[in-house]
Design a binder for this molecule. Sequence first.
Ligand SMILES: Cc1ncc(COP(=O)(O)O)c(C=O)c1O
Length: 484
Amino acid sequence: MKYLIALLLILNIGYCFVATKSPTPHSSAISLSQTFDNSLYNADEEVWTIVNDEYNRQFNGIELIASENFASKAVMEALGSCMTNKYSEGLPGARYYGGNENIDKIERLCQQRALSLFGLNVNEWGVNVQPYSGSPANFAVYTALLKPHDRIMGLDLPSGGHLTHGYQTAKRKVSATSIFFESMPYRVGALDGLIDYDELAKNAELFKPKLIIAGASAYPRDWDYKRMKEIANSVGSYLMADIAHISGIVATKQCNNPFEYCDIVTSTTHKSLRGPRSGMIFYKLEFEDLINNAVFPALQGGPHNHQITALAVALREAAAPSFRDYIKQVLTNAKALSNELIKRGYKVVTDGTDNHIVLWDARSTGLSGSKIEKILELCHISVNKNTVIGDTSAATPGGVRLGTPAMTTRGMKESDMELIAGLIHKATNLAIKIQSEEPNQSKKLVDFVKHMKNELYRDDINSITSEVHSLSKSFPLPGVKPSK
Ligand SMILES: Cc1ncc(COP(=O)(O)O)c(C=O)c1O
């Protein structure tokens, strides 16, 4: 390093000398390369430090956020490549800018890999790989298939649905989907937590939606796409599946296949599929022009070519037999985690899971999901609070969503899930104690968070945290490690 700095200084001094004496095009090229060829560390230590801290947080902690994963080094290299520099509005072979021969190649390759991964016949299906992420992909579908104020039905957010499937409250149109379209949700049953297809059929008959959406962000069971198609057919509606969470599971055929019944399938690419943050829209060919025109020019501008490049890499990784083994382990780990929580006396919504999600109904602990999220965060376990059926307020949800894709990528197996459940149990017991010792007997989250940081509990928190670190650090973190 010392020698490198010395060399850079010499070059720089040399350049200054030449530049002051006789500036030439050649010398200004040297100056450019000195500015732009610096590593992140040398160019901007402040940003490097934040990235490095985040790397360490990910490496030391236990990541149980169901929508997150760890992308590979190859995916990250593609994301950080020169493909980020290029404008390419339009589609392969029909761009609004010159110089796109390589961009055309990568986008076509990405499309081929996407169709092939999901076993789709190119005479029936096409795919647009340009959506910037899952939410824009969904909005592009609505823009393509619906007129303003047409009607849609998606799973209600408190039942596990996603915001973009039409979420609104009595007071507020929360999602743009509910601003521009008329939304009526369907729900899970109050007793069993399972999608109430009968109620969906009844309400669809009355509401006559133009689009029904299958798919969720916090639903631990598989989907009956056949039944949903029958309901859609009975009211003349399109059927779309948003497989953002489960696309890795669908790709490896470890769950029901939405492509058998749906007109459109959207997905993010960074969850169980383990790619870069991006989105895809698969469409039956009759919708090709509508979908492509909705993505561009209706909603987006230039495609993010570095994402498309990285997605092509991730799709190849997902086609390998090892990815199928990985997904099987994700599912096995989720079942193990669910069983371990049940063994410790906790309630899990639907009493188990078919996928990568364990939805923990924590209300019997007397703690809100938010308090459990906070104490686990203090112990370096990342989870998110989640509404569970029967919650009266979305502001204080009674559940916690746990997911296994990320830690399974790092190599964890069922026995590690047992250890994780044990750590969650310890932290939860500590949270119960902290709440009961809050000086004013306040049940407010702010007061809990303040009291949780009291000196009294430091040793207990430190002890759980060091157990978390020693477990987590024994599993490698894939990707690009920030270097100096
Ligand atoms: C089912 C579902 N659809 C869409 C999205 C939106 O994806 P993004 O956050 O990439 O916009 C999510 C994100 O969590 C999701 O769970």
